[in-house]
Design a protein around this ligand. Structure first.
Ligand code: C6P
Length: 407
């Protein structure tokens, strides 16, 4: 019996709300996670007690707000084992973080004929920034071949590397297949080829311990809202030497050292990449989310997310007329599937009528849909508040969908 890792109705107020007359079975955490009460409270606490802009004014509120935001930064740096808080740049999320790397580092260091290696499983946020960078610079995109079950092997990455490779960009966990990519080994190969390693951690950072130094990655992007934090806040982590070498992409207040009428010089990290007023409440809220995750324990969460995904895969695959995508194991947190002959949007609608929230569509991974030879899939995704009872609900909803459309 797989139990939830937290007191669901006590800690997460949304689970006290019935959906269409049923208990909410939330299986869409890969899109965004639900928020614990302490994260919600941290937002109102900031606005009620210390609302002020950061790094600017010299009054009590401004000092408290700055201390709270910088405390969150230090907390997040520790959570991913960064060398220091200056390596943690606050962004709106994974998408903005990856676009920033492409602009800030890519535009400066890529030339015509250079190569960028990615995989067909990438989310559009880890694909289009590289497509656009290639168009701007004349660089070439090279795709790793995936195995039949949708996994990326170290050998398949190696085959695409050359002395022109400058960037290898890979998700640590696929948002459709749930596969876990060998980041540490790929980073080693990338470095041997003279390339940098960019990791899309949108689906990995919420579900497994992250150690950017053990990976020896160069950049890591992730989103607060998928790891119990608020929307609109995320992180770009980078090695400070690379962030120092890269150019800022957002120009304006707080990112400068000195400005005259015709030119400007840049502030030190992290301010150089944080032009404009940041999402202060969001950053504080993400720091609280990290505290909550640490209290539960990232190793326990990792084990739970794997157990849930593997068990859901096993049971869905037993239902006749259901196709499940990716390998049965190892996998984490998500399971994509189709009920043969029924559009995934219709599947999701029947699920919703029973209080079961799943996502249906191409999951912002259209090249992967082409690779799977499907237009779209249904997808169930799990987090620390889900239990085996939710897998039961998933299976019952799938059986009900088949019955409903047979009628
Ligand atoms: N995937 C999903 O339902 P943002 O939107 O910037 O917070 O995250 C983008 C992103 C990047 N990489 C991966 C692997 C992702 O899964 C996501 C977000 C959501 O799968 C929304 S499309």
């Amino acid at each position: 019996m797989i139990s939830a890792l937290v007191d669901v109705s006590e800690d997460f107020p949304i689970f006290n709300r019935p959906i269409n007359g049923h208990r909410l079975v939330y299986l869409d955490s890969a899109a965004t996670s639900q928020k614990p009460q302490i994260v919600i409270d941290s937002l109102t606490h900031y606005y009620e007690t210390m609302n002020a802009n950061v790094l600017r004014s010299a009054h009590t509120l401004a000092e408290e707000a700055t201390t709270a935001m910088e405390g969150a930064r230090a907390n997040i740096a520790q959570f991913i084992n960064a060398r220091g808080p200056e390596e943690v740049i606050f962004t709106r999320g994974t998408t903005e973080s990856l676009n920033t790397v492409a602009r800030a580092w890519g535009d400066k260091f890529l030339e015509a004929g250079d190569e960028i290696v990615i995989s067909p499983m990438e989310h559009h946020s880890n694909l289009i920034p590289w497509q656009q960078l290639a168009k701007r610079t004349g660089a070439l995109l090279r795709y790793v071949d995936m195995e039949e079950d949708g996994t990326v092997t170290v050998g398949s990455v190696q085959r695409q590397l050359s002395d022109r490779t400058r960037i290898v960009a890979l998700s640590a966990v696929s948002n459709v297949l749930g596969t876990i990519n060998p980041i540490r080994e790929v980073a080693r190969l990338a470095h041997q080829a003279g390339a940098i390693m960019v990791v899309d951690g949108a689906q990995s950072v919420p579900h497994q311990p992250t150690d950017v130094q053990a990976w020896d990655a160069d950049f890591l992007a992730f989103s607060g809202h998928k790891m119990l934090g608020p929307t609109g806040i995320g992180v770009l982590w980078g090695k400070s030497s690379l962030l120092d070498a890269a150019d800022p992409v957002m120009f304006g207040g707080e990112m400068i050292a000195y400005v005259d009428r015709d030119s400007a010089t840049w502030a030190e990290l992290p301010a150089k990449f944080e032009g404009g007023t940041p999402h202060i409440a969001g950053a504080i809220g993400l720091g609280v989310a990290v505290d909550y995750l640490n209290t539960v324990g990232m190793h326990r969460i990792e084990q739970h997310s794997k157990q849930m995904a593997e068990e859901a895969y096993r049971r869905l695959a037993q239902i006749s007329g259901v196709n499940v995508y990716g390998p049965p194991s190892p996998r984490t947190s998500v399971v994509a599937f189709n009920v043969v002959g029924i559009h995934p949007h219709d599947v999701a609608q029947v699920f919703d009528s029973r209080g079961v929230a799943i996502r249906a569509g191409h999951h912002c991974a259209q090249p992967l849909m082409h690779w799977l030879d499907v237009g779209a899939t249904a997808r169930a995704s799990f987090y620390l508040y889900n239990s085996e009872r939710d897998i039961d609900a998933l299976i019952e909803a799938t059986e009900e969908t088949k019955r409903y459309f047979r009628r």
